[in-house]
Design a protein around this ligand. Sequence first.
Ligand SMILES: Nc1ncnc2c1ncn2[C@@H]1O[C@H](COP(=O)(O)OP(=O)(O)OP(=O)(O)O)[C@@H](O)[C@H]1O
Length: 646
Amino acid sequence: MELNQQQRDAVAYAGPKRNILVNAGAGTGKTRTIIARAAQQVMQGTQADRILIVTFTNRAAQELRHRLAHEVGTSGEAVQMGTFHAFCLKVMSQLPKSFDISGLNIIDADDQDNLMSIVRKSLIKHLEGPKRGFPSSDHLLSLYSYSRNTLQHTEDYLHEQTDLDDQQIELILQMFSLYQKRKEERGYLDYDDLLIKFDEALTKKPPLRHAVCSLFDEVLVDEMQDTNPIQFNILKHFCAEKVRLFCVGDPAQSIYRFRGAEFSHMMEFERIFGDSIAFALSLNYRSYQEILDVSNWLLSCSSYSYRNNLVANRGRNGNLVRLEDFENQSDECSWIADQVVGYQEQKIPLSDIMVLYRSSYEAKTLEAELIRRKIPYRFIGGLVLTKSAHVRDVFALLRLVRNSTDDLAWMRYLQLFPRIGEITAERIVGNLQDANSVVQALQGAVGEGHPSVEALSAAMKAGPNPQKCIKAVIQQLSPLLAERYDHWKQRKQDLELLEKVARTYTSLGQFIDDFTLEPMHGTQLSNKSNDDALTLITVHSAKGTEAPICFVASAVPAQYPHSRSLGNLEAEEEERRVLYVALTRAKNELIITRYAKARNAMWVDSSPAVGQAYFLESVPPDLVQTNLHGYTNRGISSLSSLRDVY
Ligand SMILES: Nc1ncnc2c1ncn2[C@@H]1O[C@H](COP(=O)(O)OP(=O)(O)OP(=O)(O)O)[C@@H](O)[C@H]1O
């Protein structure tokens, strides 16, 4: 694999410093560098299974595995790869006693919400005065998760960073502790527990830390900028055991602050890990310089020093980035669709075109236009398949096959059946506890021949083989689900898709865990590589991807920065990075489109600082070619004068 000098220096480093940081700008070959490093270690004789690569998503791990195989063939197969969560789960499932865990049933966000709602309901009566304004279960979970992931003392965090009063905080702390207790009683682990329990055990038990960390010679971390403090702690364990860290990331692409990612930590790598050396990659292979000029300009407007002045290996092509301004969103979308048709006429495949949106909601108008014109597209970043109700119903029964004491799965499963509501389901679940045979116990509770008994026993009979099991479950539940949900034909396709994916698994537990740890989007699964389709994608999902032609659509003030972030400087700064990620996806052409009549016009009057915050307010005119559509007839000549209209 060809490497440039900067990449080679980082990959080949074998000097006295133990930890290596590669500060890599967008498109400078982060993936290539990580793979080259792992390949080099394997070729130089490091045992493949003593290398661990930590990725941001499981999909990224799959991609790396594929590319590593291309480099070193089967000798790289044993390299360990996965997300922090998947890695911790793997280790803990092998050593449950050492980690003091009673079960390994991973619960996803919806299950957490169900459990927290139960807890909230049972304790809220203790709140004196009006209950209105007390955080919802969803909000409680995000407060709890954020404080845990950022390693803050929960009580201090609630006092210092929320507007909650003392009485509310006291009750919330009780709720958190009951939530924690309920999980432990049932052997449930939520996502955060995976990291926290792992970190806690390694901190408390030095021999365990030694045993786990010394399994590896080198840990390579991708997307270091989105690592949160608890994940940093996990890396510190490796560091303390003298395992070499090779961390690659780009502070300017850190866009997961809302999940606790702390991009400034990457800038303090030496202070945190000590004994380090840093390399920088600045030669961009993806884009022409005109695209990078706008991206570099965006970062240069920040008060942070990202030190990422990207230089295009491809030089200039003479085409400036285009800034297309429209009067309203429907004009904008209709114009984008026209352009897409134009590209099609030039025989440019649709798969070369990507339209990036800050939020999936904003993409709706374009989706409608594409459907109207029959332009095939796929949407990435929208509704997560495994979150849809019918798929969760199927998963409830799969989970029962795996673990018949999973109360949350029981509650969902039982309530699928007519005449079984929450109270009846709770009573039945109570009767099932400690039963030797849950099928018999269920039969005792609902009567012989009841469809819930039939479905359960058929699923259990199909057993632990994921493909057989999911087939049986779908067969059993389909009549019920078809009655329950509209658009059944479409929903059925989702289930067929799951069945297809299950074929690639040999263990039911693994199948369930993978989907729980990293829910998949229906469109991602269904997209066949030979289907030519336009990609609509949210910027968060576009991280790590690229396309020859990119539209950054709806680049209006309420989106960049997102209106939600206004007034919070750090949050606004993260929005700048989101826009930076969007701009740097384009290889050949970058077209930024925006419209004046923001449907969601919150920005107009929500904050006096809004006007100053809009990132594209004053792009230097020599960096872009601005085109106004439909304004000139009315004598309006610039976007800023348009603002006065509203
Ligand atoms: N040394 C090189 N020679 C030729 N092409 C390269 C080299 N390094 C990287 N590239 C190409 O540059 C493009 C960007 O690489 P890659 O996707 O690894 O970048 P990245 O740093 O992960 O980008 P981003 O963070 O913006 O997603 C890819 O098409 C890759 O093949």
